[in-house]
Design a protein around this ligand. Structure first.
Ligand SMILES: Cc1ncc(COP(=O)(O)O)c(C=O)c1O
Length: 400
């Protein structure tokens, strides 16, 4: 009998972390490496947020928090949902966890029984299927296509629902594709869900504020109020407030679900860092001016990257609505040879040869369940992006 739990054999390591480490190792060995694999903004946490944390420390707000979050933050979360999403929640319908990741994990842990199915559109954020599997559930994948801009189609969703379906996980804007659902697209999805009252909606709105041009963000319970009683709306400060290291995520939903998540969290972390929670109060309640700066910078970078990648005949890169990722297809590179004679058979070969030849780290699409594609993060400086895209062009041109 082995020492480690069988549950570990059901999950795989995060491909994004593996690639980021490989890039770090090459850099440590003296190579000039540009990493386009990271999932965090290159901006710093806004000053007012940092100051709020420092002030909290000085006031002695350094004790255990209430399990579901400090009242001031739960109040700020309820206000945020009312102000930005037109959703009415009492603070008792909200919960704060150690990152958005833990919110999702707790929701699944609190609700899944063996045999329960969770619908996960592909490409997906790497952690969804692994978290479902760790919690004893079965992920059921539904493919999207580049032609449909990586958005779930109503008929495909309908076909995937079974009596065992417990949740669908929606993520708009998406990591890895950047795709975000416009109101009519979201309504097509919520119309299907209205016909299946046993299916709950877990919506991961982590990239809500990172949408570009005149795109209007919407969330399922806002588009279809009939889903309010079975939707968990998850969000966080990691991406929009450049607070990945502070580890604060939150959600709002029906009180009985929130209580079950509190129950799990009470035997797990006892709640998120008190100091970080005070910082998050300032993030949500304080000035939001930095958002326009972040959005303008990301929009410009998205356009630069899409345009430069589409200049190579081997990549096809749609223009995503949000997040800070693009997800080009590298199908036309499959079967081609590198100058050293190696044949590119998969998208994983493509990213590994690209890293070797040009020192550019991207993540292969198959890690997100749909390939052959690459996920390229543009959360890095314009200069680095331009350099990296030129190297990608050179790499594509070198393939025979
Ligand atoms: C789609 C998505 N959801 C959730 C998270 C996790 O957020 P947090 O860092 O707050 O745990 C990420 C982070 O990469 C993400 O991309």
């Amino acid at each position: 009998m082995g020492f480690l739990a069988d549950a570990l054999s059901r999950i795989k390591p995060s491909a994004t972390i593996v690639i980021t480490q490989k890039a770090r190792d090459l850099r440590a060995a003296g190579r000039d490496v540009i990493s386009l694999s990271v999932g965090e903004p290159d901006f710093d946490t806004p000053e007012n947020v940092k100051e709020a944390a420092i002030a909290a420390i000085r006031r002695g707000e350094t004790k255990y928090p209430p399990v579901s979050g400090i009242p001031q933050l739960r109040e700020a979360i309820a206000k945020k949902f009312a102000r930005e999403n037109g959703l009415t929640y009492k603070p008792s319908q909200t919960i704060v966890s150690t990152g958005g990741k833990q919110v999702i994990y707790n929701a699944l842990l609190a609700t899944l029984n063996p045999g329960d199915e969770v619908i996960v559109p592909r490409p997906y954020w790497v952690s969804y299927p692994e978290m479902v599997a760790l919690c004893g559930g079965t992920p059921v994948f539904v493919d999207t296509t580049i032609e449909n801009a990586f958005k779930l189609q109503a008929a495909d969703l309908e076909a995937a629902i079974t009596p065992k379906t417990k949740w669908i996980i929606l993520n708009s804007p998406s990591n890895p594709s950047g795709a975000a659902y416009a109101r009519a697209e979201m309504k097509a999805i919520t119309d299907v869900l209205m016909r299946h009252p046993h299916v709950w909606v877990l919506t991961d709105d982590m990239y809500e504020h990172l949408v570009y041009g005149d795109f209007d963000f919407v969330t399922p319970a806002q588009v279809e109020p009939g889903l309010y009683e079975r939707t968990l709306t998850m969000n966080g400060v990691s991406k929009a407030y450049a607070m990945t290291g502070w580890r604060i995520g939150y959600a709002a939903g029906p009180e009985h679900l929130i209580k079950a998540m509190d129950f799990v969290q009470g035997q797990q972390t006892s709640g998120a860092s008190t100091i970080s929670q005070w910082a998050a109060v300032e993030a949500l309640d304080g000035p939001q001016d930095h958002l326009a700066t972040f959005r303008a910078a990301f929009a410009k970078r998205r356009d630069l990257v899409v345009s430069m990648l589409n200049q190579t005949s081997l990549l096809e890169c749609p223009v995503p609505e949000g997040a800070f990722y693009v997800y080009p297809s590298c199908a036309k590179a499959i079967g081609r040879k590198t100058p050293s004679g190696r044949v590119i058979e998969t998208d994983e070969d493509f990213v590994s040869e690209l890293l070797e030849a040009e020192g550019v780290a991207a993540v292969h699409g198959s890690a997100f369940g749909l390939g052959p594609n690459l996920r390229i993060s543009y959360a890095t400086s314009d200069e680095k992006l331009e350099d990296a895209c030129s190297r990608i062009q050179r790499f594509c041109n070198s393939l025979d």
